[in-house]
Design a protein around this ligand. Structure first.
Ligand code: S3P
Length: 434
């Protein structure tokens, strides 16, 4: 499926974006390891989170769709069942890495694989600490690429582990394994990454404490299932935030967005660039802060994005590159080499495709340099099969002069089902063509 986008003269209205992808995965997996039932409202029914549910079902977990989301019947910390067949994580790195952690503490054999993109992504970073804890894991390329075969161990050893990269997925995998390791598992991060696992484990009754960059978990303590209300995904809201900032005559309210401090790098960068974003109606949903965001058009200026900010804005770099192309002056994105290991090499993909639209970008080994204010022109571009590249290009298409076609956009469903419909409801002309 392709997306055809026409130049847009303004977005107005109120909308809600789908549930947070990271929180949805965690609610399902932690719910499966808990005692009793977990009701998850506003679960993200995107392809990635559906992969997690399917894998859990293959592991013997009862999952039921409800009016507002899903119900997961917990099996207890060691209660997952040996799957009869290979588990398919599809395109989802979070599914594969978090499940590797959960499976490390189960006394059975399982094999995890995924699509071509996922089979090419680095898994050694998660295999290494899990093997140190006592799991046996083998895979391609010296045990660093899926398919990965896991033989779990019911008596894992707790470890203290210094993460070489600020990855929330690796941190979460170690913590999920740590649930089945009696004693204290400690993960020390080089920089703060998203902390949804820590917050959710706490809300399920785990003994977990965060001390600066260190996270300590007491293993062997049962978790208690509960009701979880998933906030709107700020990474999905980011496309609307950037579009409503760079297009003229916009005023958009996005309701019920998660504003966890480890995720709001997008708000900080956009505000620094001059965006007008009002955060109202702040509240708390099961330990996660939530608010409504009001965004109005405003001229942007270039900025520098680097250092400890990167993990807090990692998924928003493609759409921030579009904001930078629309801004006055130069934007530099540094220390962003992790983007090369996402669903695709996002630095290369965005540089090539935005370049086709006339943006002035230079690709660096660890980032991008973007000279703003060159008018974008409509073009035929490609998503590289990556949901965030597809949607960033659609936002660029709204700003460009002339028509833009983005090829291969089925991937949008990975994190934002209803993306085109939502933009249309705010006044954009975005059509799908098969
Ligand atoms: C995620 C963590 C990040 C992020 C991904 C979701 C998570 O990946 O890019 O989209 O849910 O933990 P890394 O842990 O690889 O940085």
């Amino acid at each position: 499926m392709n997306l055809r986008v026409l130049p847009c003269r303004g977005l107005t209205g109120t909308c809600k974006v789908p549930g947070d992808k990271s929180i949805s995965h965690r609610a399902a997996i932690i719910g499966a390891l808990a005692e009793g039932t977990t009701e998850i409202d506003n679960y993200l029914f995107g392809a990635d989170c559906l992969s997690t549910l399917r894998c859990l079902e293959s592991l013997g977990v009862q999952v039921t769709c409800t009016e507002n989301g899903v119900r997961v019947k917990g099996c207890g910390l060691k209660g997952l069942k040996e799957p009869e067949d290979i588990l398919d994580a599809g395109n989802s790195g979070t599914t594969m890495r978090l499940l590797l952690g959960a499976l490390s503490g189960q006394d059975f054999f399982a094999v995890l694989t995924g699509d071509r993109s996922l089979r090419g992504r680095p898994m050694g970073r998660v295999v290494k600490p899990l093997v140190m804890m006592g799991a046996e894991i083998h895979g391609r390329a010296g045990d660093t690429r899926a398919p990965l075969a896991v033989k779990g161990c019911s008596s894992l050893k707790p470890i203290a582990y210094n993460l070489p990269v600020a990855s929330a997925q690796v941190k979460s995998a170690i913590l999920l394994a740590g649930l089945n390791a009696p004693g204290t598992t400690c993960v020390i991060q080089p920089q703060k990454s998203r902390d949804h696992t820590e917050r959710m484990l706490k809300s399920f009754g785990a003994l977990i404490e965060v001390d600066g960059l260190a996270v300590r978990l007491q293993g062997g303590q049962p978790l208690q299932g509960r009701r979880i209300r998933v906030p709107g995904d700020i990474s999905a809201a980011a496309f609307v935030i950037v579009a409503a900032s760079i297009l003229p005559d916009c005023e958009v309210v996005i309701e019920d967005v998660g504003i966890n401090p480890t995720r709001i790098g997008i708000l900080e960068v956009m505000e620094r660039m001059g965006a007008q974003i009002e955060v109202t109606n702040r509240r708390d949903w099961n330990g996660e802060p939530v608010a409504d965001l009001r965004v109005r058009s405003h001229g942007l200026c270039g900025t520098i994005i680097e250092g400890a900010l990167l993990p807090r804005v990692i998924d928003e770099i493609p759409v921030l590159a579009v904001a930078a192309a629309a801004a006055e002056g130069k934007t530099e994105i540094r220390n962003a080499e992790e983007l090369r290991f996402k669903e695709t090499d996002r630095l290369q993909a965005i540089a090539r495709e935005l370049g086709k639209m006339g943006a002035c970008l230079e690709e660096r080994p660890d980032g991008l340099v973007i000279e703003g204010k060159g008018a974008l022109k409509g073009a035929r571009v490609h998503s590289w099969g990556d949901h965030r590249i597809a949607m960033a290009l659609a936002v660029a298409g709204l700003l460009a002069g002339g028509e833009t076609t983005i090829e291969d956009c089925d991937c949008v469903d990975v994190s934002f089902p209803g993306f085109a419909t939502l933009l249309r409801s705010l006044g954009a002309v975005v059509e799908t063509e098969s």
